[in-house]
Write a protein that binds this ligand. Structure first.
Ligand code: GDP
Ligand code: GDP
Length: 440
């Protein structure tokens, strides 16, 4: 419920106008979260931004290469992706090259959409160039915003204009459902799972006009009255569209769905084993601090199963996704519906762990026992002292541990404390974060 969809801003324009320069400037530091993730895409095509307290997701469509397509087709398809994905489109042109045919081509596509378009003229590095900005009125998108991505000039005014076009926040409130998504490569059986799960439960038809995202989520309730939102259900059904065949677009869709979910179901295909894409999405979900359940689909298709088959598969998963040791694994079949009934209660349970709060007194009992059983090692005559801990937030559960010197708490000791916390309290399915602080 915390991870509601944010407005999406897409930057479009022909190559070399400065899309990635602008993208990096708007994304600022926040992008490093994606970059530090092991195995996750280093492509800077998707990031989080914030302006005057409003958060949004940012897409650089220029980073989505559609292979084997002529130049004109590529920029046209990128503009179409922007229309599909975005709440607001930033159409970028370049004062140095002036108005070009390729700009006109992009404009032609954007005219057909009802999405708001903000026109920005880049590389206006100095005042003398400003008068030339007016040439771009001819594109028909109103006042062009003169900016310089390299020097950071005018970007604030541009963002003011972008934020002004965001859908109302009011439409996003009052949702207590558990938001989850099914993420995986094409053909692992996501659509089949969606249909099978929805077939068993009462689907609430909701036509809430909100951001682009809300429109394609599907809500249902289970018999105990728990409300779930399945994120990106319609997006998943866009079979055969370009994103299915375009690795970076598929990754982008996956990252967006993960960001908009509380719990992520990483769907694997039992017939095919684990692939690179699976690792990237699992890594992203972990880094994003989401609850994670690993779902092995098409279990019916595995032949000659015996008691060891499941164990062996589980071992492979544990080896490949070592950082996801907390994630439960379920073997299902969308075809035969085997074990599908277990999914909603499991999602609910993981959500409870993801939102769980531990009293400080209870937490400190556990920490003190952990310290007594295995005192912190000393180095250079100095000893790490752990004073106390307290939980500061949920989704994921985050604990601040006060110590005499944060640098003295090594990874292995941190891991030990995390394990002791996990042993004392059930946090199955959710990452937990420990933050070391020097006691004042
Ligand atoms: P993209 O292909 O649209 O993503 O464009 P890039 O961001 O890669 O930029 C293309 C070139 O334009 C690079 O050499 C940038 O350094 C340059 N560039 C980007 N923004 C500006 C700007 O504000 N002023 C000037 N003079 N050059 C810029
Ligand atoms: P998506 O691309 O991930 O949405 O995958 P689909 O749901 O479209 O499924 C891809 C193919 O796998 C289809 O031919 C499905 O019939 C098949 N499929 C999906 N789930 C199962 C399953 O549990 N068992 C078997 N044997 N086939 C499945």
């Amino acid at each position: 419920m915390k991870n509601m969809a944010k407005p999406v801003v897409a930057v479009v324009g022909r190559p070399n106008v400065g899309k990635s320069t602008i993208f990096n400037r708007i994304a600022g530091e926040r992008i490093s979260i994606v970059e530090d993730t092991p195995g996750v895409t280093r492509d800077r095509i998707y990031a989080h931004g914030e302006w005057i307290g409003k958060q949004f997701d940012l897409i650089d469509t220029g980073g989505i290469e559609i292979s084997d397509q002529p130049f004109v087709t590529q920029i046209r398809q990128q503009a179409e992706i922007a229309i599909d994905e975005a709440d607001v489109i930033v159409f970028l042109v370049d004062i140095k090259s002036g108005l070009t045919d390729a700009d006109e081509q992009v404009a032609q596509i954007l005219y057909r959409s009802s999405k708001p378009v903000v026109l920005a003229v880049n590389k206006v590095d100095n005042m003398e160039l400003r008068s030339e900005v007016y040439d771009f009125y001819a594109l028909g998108f109103g006042d062009p915003y003169p900016i310089s991505g390299v020097h950071g000039i005018g970007v604030g005014d541009l963002l003011d204009a972008v934020v002004a076009e965001f859908p109302d926040d009011a439409e996003n409130v009052e949702d207590n459902s558990i938001r989850f998504s099914l993420i995986g490569r094409p053909n692992v059986g996501k659509s089949s799972l969606v249909n099978a799960i929805l077939g068993e439960h009462r689907v609430i038809v909701s036509n809430v006009a909100g951001t682009t995202r809300d429109a394609i989520d599907t809500k249902f309730t289970t018999d105990d009255g728990t409300e779930f939102s399945m994120v990106d259900t319609a997006g998943m059904k866009k079979q055969g569209k370009i994103y299915e065949n375009t690795e970076r677009y598929a990754m982008l869709r996956a990252m967006r769905a993960i960001d908009n979910s509380d719990i992520v179901l990483v769907v694997l295909n039992a017939e095919e084993g684990i692939r690179e894409f699976d690792k990237r999405i699992a890594g992203y979900a972990h880094e994003a601090g989401r609850g994670v359940i690993i779902v092995v689909n098409k279990w019916d298709a595995v032949e000659n199963k015996d008691t060891k088959t499941m164990q062996a598969f589980e071992q492979i998963i544990r080896d490949e996704f070592q950082y996801l040791s907390y994630a439960p694994i379920v073997f299902v079949s969308a075809k035969t519906k085997q074990r599908l009934i277990k999914l909603p209660p499991l999602i609910k349970q993981v959500y409870e762990h993801h939102t769980k709060r531990i009293q400080s007194a209870t937490l400190n009992d556990v920490l003190m026992d952990a310290l007594a059983a295995n005192p912190a090692p000393s180095s250079n005559g100095k000893r790490l002292r752990v004073y106390y801990g307290t939980q500061v937030s949920v989704q994921p559960p985050t604990f601040v541990i006060f110590v005499n010197d944060p640098d003295m708490m090594h990874f292995s000791y941190e891991r030990y404390l995390e394990n002791q916390i996990r042993n004392a309290f059930d946090f199955t399915g959710t990452p937990i974060h420990l933050i070391k602080r020097r006691r004042k």
